[in-house]
Design a protein around this ligand. Structure first.
Ligand code: CDP
Ligand code: MG
Length: 739
């Protein structure tokens, strides 16, 4: 009605809403906000704490106002969590003030970009506002995507709780292999960006959604970028669809120009039901408290030990408040937890040490989000999942190791690996900001101030530009996008990487000479929600009569690890692993573990005794059931090869031939080279083939630390390579090299 619109306009005037032509606020990176050292303030207690530390004064506020000043909202009372009613809590969140403005913008613009700090309520509130104002009526749904599965789960359950509904009914979520929604009832659906991409295969215009909120867009995950490119196309065909793009620190202007399809002619005169085509940008003012930054004076040789000793000194010398430690991955986290729990000094003080990484079982997630008991201090040791995707109440101290694990792909040598990489300034600021949630906090950076200022890059590189694009290409092909090079990407991938992907897909028999999906193989591979190489392995298992085994392997490969690591002895774990070890390699070892698990009646006790992760095995079993259903739908006969491991190895080779490696003839230290590009690689110490060093292997993935290590390795016969991919390998490459 007219009144509502007038109210909305008034709200707009008082808030920071602007069309792209006059962007009033932008995210971070100007000199004022980016930690140029200003001398003097707030440093005293930090120096007292330890000579190890040199204080700095960065103020990690992210949003500037028109005058370019930095916004600080230190006055708002926000520490009463757990006390106020849910409705009160909701109204206290910074986005609440913008509710009307947000709704007005979504109604009048095809795309609305919302920038606001972590914890301001974007993810949990905006979908509810949209629902409250009728966007989920008429059988349509509101979608909210996240790059991370754990975030999808936790946010969905929070929103269900706030709305007082049962998770899976009005509010649901979908992640790969887990669909907690209800066809009739679900109105707000949280899902990973990857799952939404998959939904497009059945419903290319995503007709069941009225609004799609692409959240955490600043992360620039591979799937987010593909999704943004596709949504832009969908918008042309669906003027009724609304997009909300939200993030903590997005470069809003470039995102807005990507979505600006208005072309000179302003959308105004299109009639009243057509939204404006230029995106609107809304900046939600944050409310975080000041965070004092402390740097180390000298570079630390071992960030895990440095992190642990920092936690101990915070605990000894600082007032109460939880500690959030950023490390790079589960292995680091396990190592740090082990050090912390070994240290009798910290144990007696009542620290509650908790890991946080994706793949964490539900029960463990719940402890992280529950309030800290009186007199105790939580130490949450996390991957960068806690950087922006999850809000942890109660954190006052942040310890930032300065690294994260990132994918890196080099198309020239065709190796994608996970590398521990320095984070960007933008990430460092985000991490620091996590300390200012309930009161002024402190961030301890395990790197020097000089390093931060002079060497850290301003922003990260979009995942699109550092990934293997095999999955991306097959998804676009399956959606009928033929001109992949000409696709409108938010960030263009390298042509080399695209060409490599096309080449691999061609060799997998997924694309034909015209770079179109082959029928049926190409469509089948695209249909299976796994990496194309794994999907191809499953298809091939049909030919070798070993689909039951290969599906088990695929299920195990799709989770992080089935072993119970951490809590103590590496030696015991190694011994346990040996009990299942198969001479053929890790894949066959997985089959032995799964067989043992089933044989035990899926017993948790059995898992415990064998250092096997019970939750992981339950998940494997679940995924396995789903893959069996998919396989049946695709006409794959479910069949066991009854112990014929040659069949299994051939099926693995049919998918993973591109990852073939040969042991160097005179190598005494287990040096392998990839057949295709002669890259030096070694078998990972966690593999059952470590030190066994068979002559020919294929691997599932590479991790690099000091060297490039192959994870999950299986022995093969080189003649299978030409059998599997005659175009990929010429005979020549498989002959012994002259030395
Ligand atoms: O998305 P954004 O970072 O802007 O904030 P949010 O995730 O919507 O979080 C808003 C509020 O909900 C914060 O105060 C969180 O602490 C709270 N929340 C929670 O208590 N439990 C969750 N699982 C998620 C959010
Ligand atoms: Mg969020």
């Amino acid at each position: 009605s007219m009144v509502a619109i007038l109210l909305a306009i008034q709200a707009l005037k008082t808030s920071r809403v602007v069309p792209t032509t006059a962007v009033a606020s932008k995210a971070s990176t100007s000199a004022a906000a980016n930690g140029e050292p200003e001398s003097g303030t707030l440093v005293k207690d930090c120096t007292r704490m330890s000579r190890f530390w040199k204080p700095g004064t960065e103020k990690p506020r992210l949003v500037e106002d028109e005058e370019g000043g930095v916004l600080f909202y230190t006055a708002a009372a926000s520490s009463g969590y757990g006390l106020a009613s849910i409705e009160k809590q909701r109204q206290r969140l910074p986005v609440y003030k913008y509710r009307t403005a947000i709704l007005y913008l979504v109604e009048t613009h095809a795309t609305t970009i919302i920038v606001g700090e972590t914890g301001s309520g974007k993810t949990t509130q905006i979908p509810q506002y949209l629902k409250e104002s009728g966007w989920a009526e008429g059988g349509r749904m509101i979608a909210c995507t996240q790059p991370r599965r754990l975030a999808v789960q936790t946010v969905a359950s929070r929103v269900a709780e706030e709305m007082g509904v049962k998770l899976g009914e009005e509010v649901g979520y979908t992640i790969r292999f887990e669909d907690i929604t209800n066809n009739e009832l679900t109105r707000i659906k949280f899902l990973t960006d990857g799952v939404l991409l998959r939904e497009m295969m059945d419903d290319p215009l995503l007709g069941k959604y009225s609004v799609i909120m692409v959240d955490e867009a600043h992360e620039r995950s591979l799937s987010t970028d593909i999704l943004l490119g596709l949504l832009k196309k969908i918008q042309r065909r669906r003027p009724d669809l609304r997009l909300v793009i939200s993030s903590a620190t997005i470069e809003a202007r470039s995102m807005a120009s990507f979505f600006n399809t208005s072309r000179k002619r302003q959308g105004r005169d299109d009639g009243e039901h057509v939204p404006r085509k230029e995106p609107a940008i809304l900046s939600v003012e944050g409310r975080g408290f000041n965070v004092q930054i402390c740097y180390v004076e000298e570079p630390v040789p071992d960030y895990i030990r440095a992190a642990v000793s920092t936690v101990c000194s915070i605990h000894d010398e600082e007032s109460m408040g939880d500690i959030l430690v950023f490390l790079t991955g589960q292995d680091d986290i396990d190592a740090a937890i082990q050090l912390l729990t070994e240290d009798s000094h910290s144990r007696k003080q009542g620290l509650i040490v908790l890991p946080l990484y994706s793949g964490l079982p539900r029960a463990d997630q719940d402890i992280i989000f529950s309030p800290t008991p009186r007199g105790k201090r939580k130490v949450i040791i996390s991957t960068n999942i806690a950087e922006t995707s999850l809000t942890l109440e109660g954190v006052v101290y942040v310890v930032d190791c300065g690294f994260s694990k990132q994918r890196f792909y080099n198309p020239m040598i065709d190796i994608e690996n996970l590398v521990v990489t320095p984070i960007s300034k933008a990430s460092a600021r985000q991490r620091a900001g996590r300390a200012g949630r309930i009161r002024p906090g402190k961030c301890y950076r395990l790197y020097t101030e000089e390093y931060f200022i002079n060497e850290m890059s301003a922003d990260g590189i979009p995942e699109m530009q550092r990934s293997n694009l095999v999955s991306c290409v097959i998804q676009l092909k399956a959606l009928g996008i033929d001109n992949i090079l000409g696709f409108d990407w938010p960030a263009s991938p390298s042509p080399e990487a695209l060409i490599r992907a096309l080449e691999v897909l061609y060799s997998l028999g997924v694309l034909d000479d015209d770079a179109k999906l082959t029928s049926p193989a190409g469509f089948q591979v695209a249909e299976i929600p796994l990496d194309p190489m794994v999907s191809k392995m499953i298809l091939a298992s049909n030919d070798y009569g070993c689909s039951e085994e290969v599906i088990t392997i695929a299920a195990v490969l799709s989770i992080q690890s089935i072993w119970f690591s951490g809590r103590g002895a590496q030696k015991e774990l190694d011994e346990a692993r040996l009990r299942f070890a198969a001479a053929e390699g890790d894949h066959v070892t997985f089959l032995n573990v799964y067989k043992g698990f089933i044989g035990s009646g899926k017993s948790s006790n059995w898992c415990h005794k064998n250092h096997v992760n019970y939750h992981a095995m339950k998940k494997v079993d679940e995924i396995r059931q789903q893959l069996r259903r998919i396989a049946q739908r695709l006409g794959i006969a479910l069949k066991s090869c009854e112990g014929d491991m040659k069949a299994v190895r051939k099926a693995v080779t049919a998918g993973f031939f591109a990852n073939a490696c040969r042991l160097e003839a005179f190598s005494h230290n287990g040096l392998y080279k990839t057949v295709r590009s002669s890259q030096e690689v070694y078998i990972h110490p966690s593999s059952v083939l470590f030190r066994v060093n068979p002559k020919w292997v294929v691997f599932h993935s590479i991790v690099s630390t000091d060297r490039q290590y192959m994870r999950n390795v299986i022995t093969i016969d080189p003649s299978w390579l030409t059998e599997a991919a005659p175009q990929f390998y010429q005979q020549q490459q498989l002959k012994p090299r002259p030395h």
